[in-house]
Design a protein around this ligand. Structure first.
Ligand code: PXP
Length: 239
C-alpha cells in the first residue's frame, strides 16, 4: 500500500495571484490530512514566490502526518531546514524562472557536496530524499551520498504522448525503482501524476509514496465549483 503526500504549493500560488491571505495552504493541508493524505509537501523557493516562511512555520506546528520540505540545496535553505526540522527534506534543483521543478537533481556529479548536506540534515533527525531522474547514475549517486529516499521524477512519463514513448518512460521508472530498491533506498515518485496516468503504477509496488499537487488542486477547483456557486447564489438571491 503506497501513501499519498499532497503538495500545497498550488494553493499558495492561487493566493499569491491576488496577493492576499486566501486560500491558505495551511488550511488546505489540514483538509488534505482529514481526507487521508499521509504527508504534506511544500516547496520553499528562495524568492518565496508561493510558499512563504510563515506557511512553513505554521505547517510545522500543525501538520499531524509528515511534513516534507522541498528545498534547493543552498546554504540559506539548509539553515531554514535545520531550524524548522521538517520530517523529510526533499532536495530539488531550483531555477529561478521555472514554473515548476523541471529536472531532477544532479547528484552523480557532486557526490561529496550532497554527502555533506545529507549528513547535516540527518544529524538533526531529518529524513533525506533526493528528487532525481530515473537514471542509473543518479540512483547510484543518491545511494553513495547517503539518501534515505529517492523520489523518481515522473515528469517525462507524464508529458509523453505516444503509446511507445509512454511504455519507454514507464520502463525507465520501473528499472530505476528496482535498482534503488536493490541499493536499499526507499522509492517515491512524483511530478505530473494525475487521475489517469497514476493507474499504471499498480504494477510497481516497490514505490511506497506518491507526491502529487497540481492535478488534485485542479480537480478540487472544478469539483468544488458547483458548491461554491450555490453558496454565493443563496447569499445574493435575497439582496
Ligand atoms: N515532487 C516534486 C519534487 C515537485 O517539485 C513537484 C512539483 O510541485 C511535485 C512532486 C508535484 O508535482 P505536480 O504538482 O505536478 O503533481
Amino acid at each position: 500500500m503506497a501513501i499519498l503526500s499532497i503538495n500545497v504549493d498550488h494553493i499558495a500560488t492561487i493566493r499569491e495571484a491576488r496577493g492576499i491571505d486566501e486560500p491558505d495552504p495551511v488550511l488546505a493541508a489540514g483538509i488534505a490530512e482529514l481526507a487521508g493524505a499521509e504527508g504534506i509537501i511544500c516547496h520553499l523557493r528562495e524568492d518565496e514566490r508561493h510558499i512563504k516562511n510563515r506557511d512553513l512555520d505554521i505547517l510545522r506546528q500543525t501538520v499531524k502526518t509528515k511534513l516534507n520540505l522541498e528545498m534547493s540545496p543552498s546554504e540559506d535553505l539548509l539553515k531554514i531546514a535545520l531550524k524548522v526540522k521538517p520530517d523529510v527534506a526533499t532536495l530539488v534543483p531550483e531555477r529561478r524562472k521555472e514554473l515548476t521543478t523541471e529536472i531532477g537533481l544532479d547528484v552523480a556529479n557532486d557526490i561529496e557536496r550532497y554527502k555533506r548536506i545529507t549528513s547535516t540534515l540527518k544529524d538533526k533527525g531529518i529524513v533525506v530524499s533526493f528528487f532525481i531522474d530515473p537514471d542509473p547514475g543518479q540512483i547510484k549517486g543518491a545511494s553513495a551520498a547517503g539518501a534515505d529516499i529517492v523520489e523518481l521524477h515522473t515528469g517525462h512519463y507524464s508529458e509523453t504522448k505516444t503509446d511507445e514513448d509512454i511504455v519507454r518512460e514507464f520502463d525507465r521508472i520501473q528499472e530505476a525503482a528496482d535498482m534503488a530498491n536493490t541499493l536499499k533506498l526507499k522509492v517515491h515518485a512524483g511530478h505530473g501524476l494525475n487521475y489517469i496516468n497514476i493507474k499504471k503504477f499498480s504494477s510497481i509496488p516497490i514505490i511506497e509514496g506518491y507526491s502529487i499537487g497540481h492535478s488534485i488542486i485542479a480537480r478540487a477547483v472544478i469539483v468544488g465549483l458547483d458548491q461554491a456557486v450555490r453558496e454565493m447564489v443563496k447569499l445574493v438571491a435575497p439582496l
